[in-house]
Write a protein that binds this ligand. Structure first.
Ligand code: AMP
Ligand code: MG
Length: 496
């Protein structure tokens, strides 16, 4: 055996075959590099549900070799670590080149869910780190790990998280914190900002290669000559607009605020991506801003649908040189304006237990939203109580939530009439569309506080609950209640 082989650290072999289609786009897109090791890595949590979905052995993933590999300390056999370049608009302003400043893509693995890419977030500096340290702290990594699974549990398209590891390595933020690495999983991490990057630089060959990679891998139907005037790039824009519309409609219906809808955080697959200062709303406040850094409220809850469209417009401008026809591009974007409202109405109808669409539904939806806003009613509790109330035939506990009882009574009369025409068991349906367990900020905060002391049991409990949020889990009733007063004072910023 030669010397190099003796010295090379043992590579962990996960089993599945690796694929490196994104890497093959070449050096305009990626820089191959090694993650930077962290001292004394330890497991925080392994996502057994996802491991199962991917056909991976969760016990093996939780083992020391795997923890070292997924912290970036040891190679994974068959992987090809790299960082990708992209650009983007941040808070409405062109930010120029960004890129994977702390995320390292390992490549894709063949799974029962198709090829899934694995990415280490927080695994060290890359050529795109700019001034950053390439690290992620335990606090924000727990938030990302749990929230991506909460979104998945609600049926909302999202990147997922397979593993969370930590290290005692100090990482300076507002205060000194410690490092963590989340292993993120998605079919692709390509962002709107990837397209903006090559368009802004006038690298039209690279732009076309990227678009064709995305079309061939994820949107092959764009090559149907019947779509978007036979223009595959316009068809891509249309498809992405529709997926984005559907995802943002789900955010709105779930009371989810993303917090940093910059174009570099927008997935080309319409996945929820880059969990930072996100929040599931407590009291329903339409103008709620969850990101403490967002002074102007650009990414307020009720602005998310328009911001998504603005972001799609940026994508459209980036694709325009390929589409070659402004009218086609505008027409492709128009699909957002029809898909978003119809998806939102469908999602809200499902929360109300209405299986059939009816002409009065929009009024019913707008009516309850106005009452919820006027009373600053707790969003998750209202919906769950409504589901329980319809299932059990008693809306009194729902009524109790509203300062304006008469207003609620009037709405409830219309709602009951509307429900009377519904087939099946609306209440039973509603218990499957209105979660009991929602990953509220204060639940994350409590789990983070414990985790900082080395106790990861609350992370584990929350993971299990948000993965089956519609279940009763009577032993965790305390995690389904109103937020404590201190929840209103939690400040989540971009710092992560
Ligand atoms: P975000 O606001 O988290 O989406 O990040 C915006 C950009 O900053 C992305 O290009 C990130 O890769 C980069 N970035 C954020 N935090 C760090 C960090 N600690 N080190 C290096 N790059 C970072
Ligand atoms: Mg980002």
């Amino acid at each position: 055996m030669d010397q190099a082989a003796l010295e090379a650290p043992a590579a962990l072999d996960l089993g599945p075959a690796w694929q490196h289609d994104f890497a093959r786009l070449g050096p305009d897109f990626v820089t191959e590099l090694r993650p930077t090791p962290l001292p004394d890595p330890h497991l925080v949590s392994v996502n057994r549900l996802l491991a199962g979905d991917l056909g991976l052995d969760a016990d093996r993933l939780a083992g020391a070799e795997s923890v070292a590999a997924f912290t970036g300390n040891q190679p994974l056999a068959g992987s090809r670590p790299l960082a990708g370049v992209y650009s983007g608009h941040q808070f409405g302003v062109w930010a120029g080149q960004l890129g994977d400043g702390r995320a390292i893509l390992l490549g894709g693995i063949a799974t029962p869910q198709g090829v899934q890419e694995l990415q280490l977030k927080g695994a060290g500096r890359t050529p795109y780190s700019r001034g950053g340290d390439g690290r992620a702290v335990l606090r924000s990594s727990i938030r990302e790990y749990l929230c991506s699974e909460a979104m998945h549990g609600l049926g909302i398209p999202t990147t997922r998280a397979l593993l969370l590891t930590g290290s005692p390595q100090p990482v300076p933020r507002e205060e000194m914190e410690t490092a963590a690495v989340v292993t993120r999983v998605a079919p692709s991490f390509v962002r709107f900002g990837h397209f903006e990057h090559f368009a802004a630089r006038g690298q039209l060959g690279a732009l076309e290669r990227l678009a064709d990679y995305v079309i061939d891998t994820f949107y092959p139907q764009c090559r149907d000559s019947g779509r978007a005037g036979g223009n595959r790039f316009a068809a891509l824009l249309e498809q992405v607009s529709e997926r984005t519309a559907a995802t943002v409609a789900q955010w709105q219906a779930a009371g989810f605020c993303h917090g940093v809808m910059n174009t570099d955080n927008m997935s080309i697959l319409g996945l929820t991506l880059d969990y930072g200062p996100f929040q599931f709303m407590d009291a329903f406040v339409p103008g709620h801003v969850c990101n403490h850094t967002d002074q102007a409220g650009r990414y307020a809850y009720n602005r998310q649908p328009n911001v998504a469209y603005w972001n799609l417009y940026c994508l459209g401008q980036a694709l325009l040189p390929l589409i070659g026809d402004e009218e086609l591009a505008v027409a492709a974007l128009e699909s957002y304006k029809t898909v978003f409202p119809s998806e939102l109405e469908a999602r809200m109808r499902a929360r109300l237990g209405l299986a059939q669409a009816g002409p009065e539904d929009r009024r019913l939806i707008e009516g309850i939203l106005a009452l919820l806003a006027a009373g600053r009613v707790d969003w998750p509790i209202f919906w769950r109580r409504l589901a329980e109330g319809v299932a059990g035939g008693d809306l009194e506990p729902v009524r109790d939530l509203f300062p304006d009882r008469a207003g609620f009574d009037a709405w409830a009369r219309d709602y009951r009439d509307r429900l009377a025409g519904e087939a099946g068991e609306p209440g039973e349906r509603m218990l499957r569309t209105n979660p009991k367990f929602v990953l509220r900020n204060h639940l994350c905060e409590s789990a983070i506080r414990q985790a900082k002391l080395g106790d990861f049991s609350a992370v584990e409990t929350l993971l299990r609950l948000v993965q089956s949020p519609f279940g009763e889990h009577p032993e965790h009733e305390d995690l389904a209640g109103f937020p404590p007063d201190w929840a209103a004072h939690i400040e989540i910023s971009c710092s992560s």
